[in-house]
Design a protein around this ligand. Structure first.
Ligand SMILES: C[C@@H](O)[C@H](N)C(=O)O
Ligand SMILES: C[C@@H](O)[C@H](N)C(=O)O
Lengths: 167, 167
């Protein structure tokens, strides 16, 4: 049978960092990520959503290896000050759970199925990021195993298809 | 020469929809996207960032074809009411600009280069979403052409490598 989803992956080695309430104007993200790149910090997910209408600020969120968190906070301190960020928020208790598959592009219900299977397990989705062939959700670290098990069942993947690799 | 970025794409056929201030608890995203899937609406990007600490609500943002906006608003109306969303915000003046390349994974500076080239052109980044091999930014529709031109230069792509396809 044809399966739109061909793999499930979980990665609990990362931490989420959010630079909160930065000005939503050109150059701000360039400043944040250039500073990190200059110190050779590898960033995995980058997520920026809708700007708060009221004061035209926005939050820039990203994930890095948990091992890099201290270094990242040092690098960001002067940048956050300069940008007048309200806070640099760190959450180390996260896991990225992803489903992958080239067949997802034309099937509208795949994301809904993923979200439903996490909801049925009582798992809160802390962040979402998608591309054509991959949907990633951040969940609390303690939910990663249960999430992978549920996704494995919902998308009918044989045991061999769980890729417990970095997502 | 080895190029980490192998293509630039722009897609101006989409609109961004944000369901604002929904409860940040399990099942909410499942409800929103199941309703859309039931009516066979194809969703492209889905982005949910960090929950506002104050009242534990969050915004769920996604993009759909501009042709589907009216249908989507009809489908979401009862859902937004049930979830007590503060607003369903539509922005039709957007373009998704993406860079793709399998070589990006191990190079920390690629995202920074992309953001810098948009900043140098005075282009504001309205949303960001990444995967290992792709970085997508939403910009105002009128900036799409300039963004693609700048990215083409920064990543030294020959003219033939611009993929003006749906990103
Ligand atoms: C918030 C940040 O992304 C800003 N909009 C920028 O373009 O850099
Ligand atoms: C906001 C929404 O994503 C919620 N956290 C959920 O899990 O469905």
């Amino acid at each position: 049978i044809y399966k739109p989803v061909t793999g499930v992956a979980a990665d609990s080695s990362q931490a989420r960092i959010v630079v909160c309430d930065v000005p939503d104007k050109p150059g701000v993200s360039a400043k944040i990520f250039s500073a990190l790149a200059a110190k050779n910090i590898s960033v995995d997910m980058i997520i920026q959503s809708y700007a708060r209408q009221s004061n035209n600020t926005n939050d820039v969120a990203f994930t890095v290896s948990s091992d890099d968190v201290e270094k990242v906070l040092e690098i960001l301190e002067p940048i956050a000050k300069e940008l007048q960020a309200s806070n640099v928020h760190v959450n180390d208790n996260i896991a990225k759970v992803s489903i992958v598959g080239a067949g997802m592009v034309d099937r509208p219900g795949i994301a809904a199925d993923m979200f439903k299977s996490l909801a049925d397990a009582g798992i809160n989705i802390k962040m979402i990021s998608t591309s054509e062939i991959k949907i990633s959700c951040l969940v609390d670290k303690q939910n990663a195993k249960e999430a992978v098990k549920r996704l494995h069942e919902v998308f009918e993947l044989g045991c061999g298809e769980i890729a417990e690799v970095k997502g």
